[in-house]
Design a protein around this ligand. Structure first.
Ligand SMILES: [Zn+2]
Length: 356
């Protein structure tokens, strides 16, 4: 059986299959003349999927009771919780059985019966491996909003750091980003007015607390137009920013899609996936007019921690502009505004849906 690079979303596996430099037809997604690899003699795929499957145990074989509602089949877990495959669940099942025939004959229940991570019902294991110990994201939100803001012990920073380092991304000096400001007239702003708001007149955002300056940038003019949320007939100035030195940011847009096939403990990643999805969702959630500033505390905490371990900023996806990417840069001096151009918002299109 042969799989191909199109069967996968995972960048590590795609690179390995491409590296084989063999073209042919895929038995799983049925693409033709694509980079393929033969499952029978690919030790890389066998070893990596075997390690990932070993994170899980059939719930009937666990020594303790595991909540049935949290158990699922391996094919479903790999499709819904991980960002590995571009295949449907039945094709994933076929792939696993074809890749690991010996494992299937030794332990068919791992492939065919509901499974779970046995450690997730063990307090000591969770304290050691989860970024939130035995707590859920909602407990952390309540703690930081209502109980202990600056010195909470809920977050296991060592585990958080290990995971964050897997989403580190480099940008080279000279990279170009954009920032928009709504202006009073068609003259707009010039370069010196386009930087981050200065302390103490800084309002809170998802990545910065009130009073602490942060430069919010976007990857394109289109993204920044969406993010600024100008009204019709507003004037908007777009500043073009050039990066002055090489930097590293933490890509929170990818934090719930980290490959288990890179240098990271699969178990650590597996038990933290629900928390990582929350972080990814919360950081990119649009600010609403009537939000309580307290709602930003959890993501401000994560962002502040990323700053404290030496990264230049965070990257997260735009929910206002499909495929757009935003950046929160902790030190605005890393960039210079090299150009501005002003625009008149002459029309707007509103989208809406009923509130559930
Ligand atoms: Zn394929």
């Amino acid at each position: 059986m042969r799989c191909c690079e199109r069967c996968f979303k995972d960048p590590e596996i795609k690179a390995i299959i491409r590296g084989n430099n063999t073209r042919g037809n895929c038995d799983f997604c049925h693409s033709n003349n694509v980079f393929i690899c033969n499952l029978e003699n690919n030790e890389y795929l066998k070893d990596n999927f075997e390690s990932l499957l070993d994170v899980y145990t059939p719930i009937d074989e666990m020594e303790h009771t595991y909540p049935k509602e949290k158990a699922d089949l391996i094919k479903n877990i790999l499709c819904t919780q991980w960002s590995i495959f571009n295949l449907d669940t039945d094709a994933v099942y076929k792939f696993l059985v074809s890749l690991l025939p010996e494992k299937y004959s030794e332990q068919p229940t791992l492939f065919d019966n509901p499974i779970g991570i046995s450690g997730t019902v063990d307090e000591e294991y969770m304290s050691r491996y989860s970024i939130l110990g035995t707590y859920q994201w909602e407990d952390f939100v309540k703690e930081i909003k209502e109980k202990n803001r600056f010195h909470t012990n809920i977050i296991n920073k060592d585990n958080l750091k290990t995971i964050l380092l897997s989403t580190c991304k480099q940008y080279k000096a000279g990279s170009i980003f954009y920032r928009a400001r709504i202006c009073h007239d068609k003259q707009g702003f010039d370069e010196k007015d386009m930087g981050a708001p200065k302390a103490p007149n800084v309002s809170a955002g998802r990545a910065n607390p009130e009073g602490i300056s942060c430069l919010y940038l976007a990857d394109s003019i289109d993204t920044t137009f969406h993010e600024i949320r100008a009204g019709v007939f507003d004037y908007v100035t777009i500043g073009t920013f050039r990066l002055l030195k090489d930097i590293e940011v933490i890509n929170l847009a990818a934090i719930d899609k980290i490959s288990p096939f890179q240098e990271i403990d699969c178990s650590l990643l597996a038990i933290n996936l629900p928390h990582l999805r929350k972080i990814e969702y919360e950081i990119s959630k649009p600010l609403r007019r009537h939000d309580s500033l307290l709602d930003y505390l959890p993501t401000q905490y994560i962002s502040d921690y990323i700053k404290s371990i030496g990264f230049a900023g965070i990257e997260y996806k735009s929910t206002m502009c499909k495929l757009g990417v935003n950046f929160a840069i902790f030190n605005e001096k890393l960039f210079e505004c090299i150009d501005t151009k002003s625009y008149d918002i002459d029309s707007l299109t509103y989208g809406y849906s009923g509130v559930e």
